[in-house]
Ligand binder design. Structure first.
Ligand code: SF4
Length: 371
């Protein structure tokens, strides 16, 4: 409670286990509907599930080779303040909200995913916030982890910049949850990921989580340029693989800083000390600025090279929101389509982490998927 200036519980969510954690400290009623981005982060609202919340990642764009992850949007806003966070330009009600009714969430997921029992669904909880930022968000995550044991064709993807893994460590996860960290060198964390756990704390949490048997995901996204970035990313990869073995890392995604013109103005307004908008960038036809393509390719190649030097060749590694030509320049090959990438990920999971998927993936079925 101390972390939040107020906690409000919707009366229909009063009996959920998360709500009970707050006892008499909470108010009961509708969302306070805060509109200021920073203020909303300090007020928690626990709500019942109203409507569908399972869908494909909203960033999916057919012009790019997307990983076609699915998401459940049961968290909205985040206590952290990354300067590049798109939420500052997205949320209208900024109250930090969590849907407490895990049973209803799991029911919706089962109803939707049971229609394609052959398909591996990777389902993230980070679309509009951090999966584990603080209690009770991490307690809600632990409830989902337990529920995902009984979803044969689904993997739960938690993604965080926190070290708040305690509720996950002593529960039966059945090997059906991937705990992932967004990672960046300490120079970036301090300047651009305000309020998040430092690198050492993230790595300590990563080590404990891997020891508890969870597969680990790594997201080098957004990679950010600064003087000395090459050495800094080298040190980062070295530190990560001192904490966890590449054998425990199920996948690695790589992406670079991107934002739309409206976001650029927000960043400059909200974080005048940040220099992330000062680099030369190009506006793509998805209306997002990115570093120039040759520079992005150089960054990705450098990172890939270091990852391979540290034994990560077997970890499925992919680019986020890039076209086939960038893939080809970085990897020397590219997936033919979004469905093809979906298949390649499912195949890698099947081969490296047997038991996480429902069956050996059939390429023709994935290629026939429509997005
Ligand atoms: S951790 Fe994610 S959701 Fe939270 S502020 Fe940073 S980018 Fe936004």
């Amino acid at each position: 409670m101390k972390r939040f200036r107020s906690v409000t519980i919707h009366p229909a969510a009063a009996n959920c286990s998360l709500s009970k954690k707050f006892g008499v400290e909470a108010d009961f009623g509708p969302s306070p509907k805060i509109t200021d981005y920073r203020q909303g982060k300090k007020h928690l609202f626990i709500s019942p599930k109203q409507g569908d919340i399972f869908h494909i990642c909203a960033s999916l764009d057919r012009r790019y080779i997307c990983c076609s992850t699915h998401v459940i949007s049961h968290i909205s806003n985040c206590p952290f303040e990354c300067t590049y966070c798109f939420l500052q330009n997205y949320l209208t009600d900024t109250t930090l909200s969590v849907i407490a009714d895990t049973r209803a969430i799991l029911k919706e997921i089962k109803n939707r995913t049971s229609l394609q029992p052959w398909r591996l669904f990777r389902i993230g909880t980070w679309e509009l916030g951090d999966s584990l930022a603080v209690s009770p968000i991490n307690n809600a995550a632990a409830e989902l982890v337990s529920g995902f044991r009984k979803t044969p064709n689904c993997i739960l993807k938690l993604r965080t910049k926190s070290a708040e893994v305690e509720p996950l460590l002593n529960i039966d996860h059945g090997g059906k949850t991937v705990v992932s960290w967004t990672v960046n060198p300490p120079q970036v964390i301090v300047r651009e990921e305000i309020g998040t756990a430092g690198l050492d704390a993230r790595l300590h949490a990563m080590r404990r989580t891997a020891r508890a048997g969870y597969p680990i995901g790594l997201h080098f996204d957004p990679m950010i340029l600064f003087d000395g970035w090459e050495q800094a990313y080298e040190a980062l990869v070295r530190d990560i693989f001192s904490a966890v073995s590449p054998a425990r890392v199920i996948w690695i995604s790589i992406g670079s800083l991107r934002f739309n013109p409206e976001m650029k103005r927000k960043i400059e307004n909200n974080y005048p000390a940040s220099a992330i908008t000062a680099q030369e960038m190009v506006l793509g036809d998805d209306n997002k600025f990115r570093y120039l393509r040759p520079l992005r390719v150089r960054m990705y190649r450098h990172l890939l090279h270091i990852l391979r030097q540290h034994g990560a060749e077997e970890c499925f590694t992919y680019l986020c929101m890039e076209r086939w030509n960038v893939w080809e320049e970085v990897f020397g090959r590219y997936p033919r389509s979004i469905g093809h990438l979906d298949y390649l990920i499912a195949r890698s999971v099947w081969e490296r982490f047997p038991g996480m998927g429902p069956c050996r993936p059939e390429k023709t079925r994935y290629l026939a998927l429509e997005y």
